[in-house]
Design a binder for this molecule. Structure first.
Ligand SMILES: Cc1ncc(COP(=O)(O)O)c(C=O)c1O
Length: 381
């Protein structure tokens, strides 16, 4: 006997998909800005400005892909509560799309998430559900860096398990960006971030970049760019920068797919306490550790030098760019390098752009700022 599902949802899904696609159709692509380098170097640096998306970060693309992926997979219907585990940016963008299609949204996030981001999630009608800390710790990391967690802390749920529990409890759907980011995004094109960058470089003097430099939170952006470059058979190499306490670089370098530090990060959006399912090590050509003070110094320097106001992960990207440009100069290589402005600085007025916050973190930005100045004067980094 055939079993047929009631058809009502299909009309609702059709309308929801139409609204998400219409949002994309109303949105212009993000800009590719030139970051001036000394003329004689023969190296051009570009900033892909993802802060101009309607929800203010690169996560607007991912949130759109995750909602479409779940809608066409029959996982979201008219009465589905959508739940996500996020350090903030993704939840802001997902709250926007949940509001667009008319379903409730709950963000499970670390208690340390910036008040600005919580306000943005709530502005789009989302509800915030804070948890104490991020994730478990692997054996290796425990050996490398023993951290004394109290029983209570270890018993506390992680953002992942709490999001899963909440979705199950209310019969909702856990979007799970950390698992689906690399699957939901079309790496062949469909205006993914890599295709957009390559198209916008077409009339530049070095249209095929030497390097593209990004950070990793879910790993979805680096996976999409790395796959696209290989799919298009481009010689461009992918460099991924990693902040303090993150598991990505040690996991990538050691090949330990389950590496976990269990330690929280300071640069919002990038670096993770554990290797994430959407982090694809095989597409990465180089990884670079970046001190948190260097990330903050670099993004403040960008603001002073160009007026562009960006978040901490953009500073981490820039530090990687300066390192690679210095290397190209030393090797006599001319060409272009591209990185991202991931989100706007207004979200970090109370942290990265606040001297008291920086001091309270025990961070000294001066030596890093001086190193950037010296680099721009000498080409050595
Ligand atoms: C501000 C910011 N920068 C960079 C990233 C990293 O992007 P991805 O998750 O695609 O690795 C994120 C991710 O959340 C982010 O919020």
């Amino acid at each position: 006997m055939a079993v047929e599902r009631a058809g009502t949802d299909r009309r609702w899904v059709d309308e929801a998909v139409r609204r998400v696609e219409a949002d994309a159709n109303r949105s212009a692509d993000t800009h590719l800005h030139v970051l001036p380098m000394p003329a004689g170097w023969g190296i051009d640096v570009y900033l892909k400005d993802e802060s101009v998306h309607p929800t203010g970060s690169l996560k607007h693309r991912l949130a759109r892909s995750l909602f479409l992926h779940a809608l066409v997979s029959g996982q979201i219907g008219p009465h589905t509560t959508v739940v996500e585990a996020s350090s903030g940016s993704t939840a802001v963008s997902e709250a926007y799309f949940a509001q667009l299609i008319g379903v409730p949204f709950v963000a499970v996030l670390p208690r340390s998430t910036s008040p600005e981001k919580i306000a943005l999630i709530e502005r789009y009608g989302g509800r915030c559900h804070p948890v104490e800390h991020g994730a478990e710790m692997s054996a290796e990391a425990e050996l490398a860096e023993p951290t004394i967690y109290s029983e209570a802390e270890l018993a506390e749920p992680t953002i992942y398990s709490e999001a899963e529990r909440l979705a199950a409890e209310c019969g909702g759907h856990y979007l799970d960006q950390f698992t689906y980011a690399e699957r939901a995004t079309d790496w062949r094109g469909n205006n993914n971030i890599a295709e957009s960058i390559v198209a916008q470089l077409a009339q530049e003097r070095y249209p095929v970049p030497e390097w593209i430099v990004v950070g990793a939170g879910t790993g979805g952006t680096s996976a999409t760019i790395g796959r696209y470059l290989r799919y298009r058979r481009m010689p461009t190499r992918l460099a991924v920068v990693d902040p303090e306490n993150s598991a990505f670089l040690p996991g990538w370098a050691s090949g330990a797919a389950d590496f976990a530090t269990g330690l929280p990060g300071r640069i919002e959006g990038i670096g993770r306490p554990r290797m994430e399912p959407s982090f694809v090590p095989g597409v990465i050509d180089l990884m670079l550790p970046v001190p948190d003070a260097a990330s903050i110094a670099a993004v403040r320097h960008l603001h002073e030098r160009t007026g562009r106001f960006a978040g901490g992960s953009t500073g981490t990207n820039l530090w990687g760019v300066y390192h690679l440009v210095a290397r190209m100069l030393a090797d006599g290589v001319r060409g272009s390098v591209v990185t991202l402005i991931c989100d706007g600085g207004e979200r970090y007025r109370h942290s990265y752009y606040d001297d008291d916050w920086v001091a309270a973190q025990g961070l000294d930005l001066t030596p890093h700022t001086e190193r950037i100045e010296r680099f721009l004067a000498t080409g050595e980094f």
